[in-house]
Design a protein around this ligand. Structure first.
Ligand SMILES: Cc1cc2nc3c(=O)[nH]c(=O)nc-3n(C[C@H](O)[C@H](O)[C@H](O)COP(=O)(O)O)c2cc1C
Length: 333
């Protein structure tokens, strides 16, 4: 299956996307998931205030390379004015496929700014943000959570909120099927996401509890336009490849279940990108986070992970990586 699709105003190869994940969705990781076949990547959430008033650290988060595209820039703030001013600044020197507005983050420090899922309590502000951001001509993809109205803080339910966003001009709405109160705990309500997808055909991207190809297929079979791979993709990056296979797409791996050699080759390429693009310290943190996923279920992974955890610096970690075979010898027997 090689036909291009248009989802939310963006031409894409398939409906499997890599999610925005704070501290994770950095350039090298986005590049990895594009290589594994994800059709769209997102930046992590980036503070509009940080872009407007702080220094280079926030600004660096907007950097991207061509290999990660199509890339969606996700901003967070509590008002349309700072949203547009920060978006404009980004567009002066970078290009993105679409904007995402974070209306989903449940963390208190984000809520305090009136941003993230706090916006679910302020529909008028949220809709105004979408309307304002449309002036740049790029597709706008707000990301929300499941809402349970309580007649006080939350007046609209998930479908009413999504409807308002679409009426304001959103090209796609991503729905995470957990409420803000759940944060990242408990089950995502997939049925709620699917209810919205059936109501707003072709306009809803699903998020929540995507751990296996069957989860991706479930959302798509039930009317979602696309699916975000998030924690499931950290736990097993090759889940993206398998999901694409299940959906009938030609995957770039030579087999459905990549060999240890193939896994190690991709991991070393990823490590090179991490170090080159983000420096040794950040590279070590991310490498440790992803290592188990690359060799999931293979005897030797735990020892490899322990050795990497005790590596004192990048050079010793990289040396361990290059010697990956010694940890998996049993796998060759
Ligand atoms: C560590 C972490 C960081 C996240 N950062 C963001 C973020 O920056 N922006 C965002 O919209 N969602 C963020 N999310 C939410 C994910 O994109 C996704 O919606 C959520 O994890 C649900 O999917 P899952 O159950 O398949 O992991 C984050 C989630 C986690 C676990």
């Amino acid at each position: 299956m090689e036909t291009k699709l248009t989802i939310g105003g963006v031409e894409v190869e398939n409906p499997v996307f890599f999610a925005p994940l704070a501290g994770v969705s950095i350039a090298a990781v986005r590049r990895l998931f594009r290589r594994l076949g994800a059709a769209v990547t997102h930046t992590e959430m980036i503070s509009s205030a940080g872009l407007l008033y702080a220094g280079t650290k926030t600004w660096r988060m907007t950097e991207c390379t061509d290999d990660e595209k199509p890339l969606v820039l996700q901003l967070f703030t509590g008002d349309a004015d700072s949203l547009c001013r920060s978006a404009e600044r980004c567009l002066q020197s970078r290009s993105y496929a679409a904007f995402s507005i974070n209306m989903a983050c449940p963390m208190p420090k984000v809520h305090k700014k009136g941003a993230g899922s706090r916006l679910l309590q302020n529909p008028d502000v949220a809709f105004a943000m979408v309307r304002a951001l449309k002036k740049f001509g790029l597709p706008v993809w707000p990301k929300i959570r499941k809402i349970v109205p309580d007649g006080r803080e939350y007046r609209l339910d998930t479908l009413q909120f999504a409807e308002g966003l679409l009426a304001a001009g959103a090209d796609n709405v991503t729905i995470h099927g957990r409420t803000p109160q759940q944060r990242y705990e408990g089950k995502a309500d997939k049925r709620e996401v699917v209810r919205a997808a059936r109501r707003f055909e072709g306009k809803i991207t699903a998020s929540g509890d995507v751990y296996a190809p069957a989860d991706v297929a479930f959302y798509l079979d039930n009317g979602c336009a696309a699916v975000l791979c998030a924690r499931g993709a950290i736990a097993d990056p090759f889940m993206v490849v398998h999901a694409l296979q299940v959906l009938g797409y030609n995957v770039r791996m030579s087999h459905g279940d990549p060999s240890l050699e193939e896994r190690a080759e991709i991991l070393i390429g990823f490590a090179d990108d991490l170090c080159r693009l983000h420096g040794e310290r950040a590279a070590l943190v991310l490498l440790r986070r992803f290592l188990s996923g690359f060799f999931r279920g293979r005897a030797g992974t735990a020892e490899f992970k322990r050795a990497l955890a005790s590596a004192k610096d990048w050079d010793s970690a990289y040396g361990l990586l290059r010697g990956w075979r010694s940890y998996f010898e049993r796998g060759f027997m």
